[in-house]
Write a protein that binds this ligand. Structure first.
Ligand code: HEM
Length: 312
């Protein structure tokens, strides 16, 4: 439904079984198909109790619809890529395996998304949903890096020659930073769950003064931990001088983390303005992709160097 009339009971309308209306601050489900009735009868309707979120907002409906549409649109290229990966099954069996893992994770995310919506924010589901999205991003990024790097091999030669002694600390640095980011994200989403509880309690549009003080102490760990992430990102940036592709990634991650800390601080000190929440979330997803890509890229360069030594 996109118009209030569609969810408002009317004596002139016929209803079919399962149809929902909003009445007296609650949703009601039609128990059976029925013709227009002069008055609303509780015998024909039962209260919907799966969740207590009973607000009709067409903007929410459209966002939910777009969200599902995009989910389906994402499924199509994934299916096509899975089919295409079979063409390479002999030389690159891992591409096929990775695509199946992507398909599985996508299915899991779709199912979990439904559970989240049905359960109206059951504890921790958001965190699991976010972790699933990170797994999806990681799998697709690693696969992209693998496929792309075959074409890119000549380009590596054009980069200043790196030595394993330079590359190894970079590889481990990126791995550790990715792991720290994962931890920071889990902490962040648990803070987010606290915010959602407050939204649930007071309403989305309620004034948010005093909310930050009510959050669990995890938010303080989250705030301080960002300094460790920033420090390691800075170290990686300094260390990567001369390593063109890796330096670009380290530099971007450092910039994203700086922006992330600024947005986080604005949320923290300005009582969580609504518009900043999605920016904070998207920035960390971007950093995650770059870090997974950097891990894959440094690993692949190391492997290529070893390979070329082996064949020399
Ligand atoms: C490297 C730095 C940081 C990263 C990667 C990061 C990441 C995240 C992530 C992934 C979330 C969950 C978002 C969601 O589920 O919607 C989150 C939430 C949050 N973060 Fe951060 N964060 C960082 C720094 C900070 C800083 C410095 C602060 C405060 C001073 C902060 C304050 C918050 C708050 C208040 C929330 C909950 C708000 C909400 O989304 O509802 N963050 N963070």
């Amino acid at each position: 439904p996109t118009r209030a009339e569609q969810v408002t009971w009317s004596p002139d309308a016929a209803y079919h079984q399962g149809q929902m209306i909003l009445r007296d601050g609650a949703f009601w489900v039609a128990q059976a198909d029925h013709a227009p009735q002069p008055e609303f009868s509780e015998q024909l309707w039962s209260k919907y109790t799966r969740h207590d979120y009973a607000v009709f907002n067409p903007v929410h409906t459209w966002i939910e619809f777009l969200n599902r549409l995009l989910g389906v649109l994402l499924g199509i290229p994934v299916l096509l890529a899975t089919a295409a990966s079979f063409a390479h099954i002999r030389r690159h069996p891992w591409w096929v395996v990775t695509m199946f893992a992507v398909l599985f994770t996508l299915g899991f995310e779709a199912w979990l998304g439904k559970v989240v919506v049905d359960g109206n924010l059951v504890p921790h589901h958001i965190t699991y949903h976010m972790l699933g999205a990170y797994v999806l991003l990681a799998l697709l990024t690693v696969l992209f890096r693998n496929v792309h790097s075959l074409a890119e091999q000549n380009l590596w030669r054009a980069e200043p020659p790196a030595t394993p002694a330079q590359l190894r600390p970079m590889l481990w640095g990126f791995v550790v930073l990715a792991a720290l980011l994962l931890g920071q994200t889990v902490l962040g989403t648990s803070v987010r769950e606290g915010v959602d509880d407050l939204v649930h309690q007071w309403g989305f549009d309620a004034p948010r003064a005093g909310w930050v003080a009510q959050l669990e102490p995890g938010v303080l760990v989250h705030r301080s931990a960002s300094l460790i992430l920033l420090a390691l990102a800075y170290w990686l940036y300094r260390r990567s001088a001369g390593l063109a592709g890796l330096r670009a990634r380290a530099g971007l991650v450092l910039m994203i983390f700086m922006a992330e800390a600024v947005v986080g601080a604005l949320m923290y000190y300005l009582e969580i303005p609504k518009g900043l929440q999605p920016i904070h979330l998207m920035l960390s997803a971007g950093a995650w992709m770059l870090l997974v890509d950097a891990v894959a890229k440094s690993g692949l360069i190391l492997r290529a160097i070893r390979g070329s030594r082996g064949s020399a």
